[in-house]
Design a protein around this ligand. Sequence first.
Ligand code: ASP
Length: 439
Amino acid sequence: MKKVVKFGGSSLASAEQFQKVGDIIHADQDRCYVVPSAPGKRNSGDKKVTDMLYACYALAEEDQDFSAALADIKARYDEIIEGLKLKLSLNDEFKTIQKNFKAKAGRDYAASRGEYLNGILMAAYLGYTFIDAATVVSFNKDGSFDAEKTNQQMSRKLQKTERAVIPGFYGALPDGSIRTFSRGGSDITGSIVARAVKADVYENWTDVSGFLVADPRIISHPANIETITYTELRELAYMGASVLHEDSIFPVRKEGIPINIRNTNRPEDSGTWIVESTAKKSKYTITGITGKKGFCCVNISKDMMNSEVGFVRKVLQAFEDQNISIEHVPSGIDTMTVFVHQDEFIDKEQNVVSEIHRMAKPDILEIESDLALIAVVGRGMKSTRGTAGRIFSALAHANVNVRMIDQGSSELNIIIGVENRDFEKAIHAIYDIFVMTQL
Ligand code: ASP
C-alpha cells in the first residue's frame, strides 16, 4: 500500500504539532510521501508564515528594510528546530532568501519559501529525502498548471525515491522561476503526488475531523460526513463548505484515488472519505446542508415567453455585459428568475434593468433583495421517496417562507431560496428533520 499524506499549516505550526505529525507518519509504514504546508497559526492571534512572507516581500519590493520581518520568520522555524532538537541550521537558506528578496525574485518566490523551508525541516525530522517541488511541479509559460509534464516528472522521480517530502503550494515556470498555486494550494500538490505514485489513498490531515453535515456556527456539534462523492462535495463547496482546495480533486479523480480528510489533533477519528462513487448509503438520506446569504433576484414575466426564441439568452446577456455572474435561473412557462450576488449586482442594477427592457421587452420586471440560498445535497435523495416533501414540511412548521425551489437535474441537490433573516432557522429545521430524527 502507498499513502500520500498532506499536512496543513495548523498541523505544522509548532514543534509540538510536528511531533504529532511524526507520530502519525511512523504509525503507518505505508505513509511514504509527505506534502507539508508552511507553518500556520499557533493560536487565533497568530500569523501564518505565508502571510508573513507576503508582508516581508512587500517591504523588499518597496526597497524598505525588511530584515526585522525576515528575522521574525526565521524565528518561527528556529523555534521548531529547537523544539525538535534537530541538528540543522537554516542560516544559509535565509541568506539566500534575503539576497533573492533584494533582487526582487517575485511574490510567488517569497510565498513559496514557507513550504520549501518546512519541507527541509520535515525531511530532516523524518529522515526522508527532500525533493524541491520546483524540480517536479511545472507550470506553462502563461502561468497555468502543466498537469501532464508534472505527472511524468513526478512519477519518474518518485519511482526512484522510496520515502520523500515534497513541499506543497509551488512549482516552476519554464524559465525556472517560482510559481505558486492559489492560496491553500498545498492540497493540490498532495493530489498531484498521489496521482503520480498511483497511491491507494490521499490522506489530507488538517484541524477538523472531516466534513460536517452542517456549518458548526449554525448547528452546534453537527454530525460528521463519513463518505461523500466528488460531485456532492463540489455542490457543498460551491455553497460555502470549504476544507479542501477545489482544484485538488482533479488529479486524484483521474486515477480513482480516494481522499481521506483526517484530524492531526484527533488521529483516532476516521474522518471523511471523498470518493468517485459509492454503494454506501449516507447515514441520513441527505449528505450535507449548506448555503449563503446575500442574494438578489430579478423576476421577469412575459406572455408567451416560452415560445419566443432567444428570450432567455437576451436576458442573460444583460448580466454578462455587466460582468455579473449568475447563481441560479429557475423558470416557469411565462416567467424566469435570475439569482445574483447582491454585492456584485447592486451598483449595476439599473444598467441591467434597462438592458433587459431594451433587448427582451418583458411585461413585468421586479427585483427582490436580501435573500439566502440553501443547498441540501445528497446522493441518496434520488432513490428516497418524500425527501423534498420532508424538507418543505419542516420549513413550513418552522414558519419559513420558501421563495424559490430549484432541483438540479442530477437530483443530487435541492436549492431553496429564503429570506436572509430565515436562513439559520431554515437550516435548523432541515438538519433536525434529517439528522436528529435519524430518518
Ligand atoms: N501556505 C499556503 C497558504 O497559506 C498554501 C497552503 O497552506 O496550502 O495558502
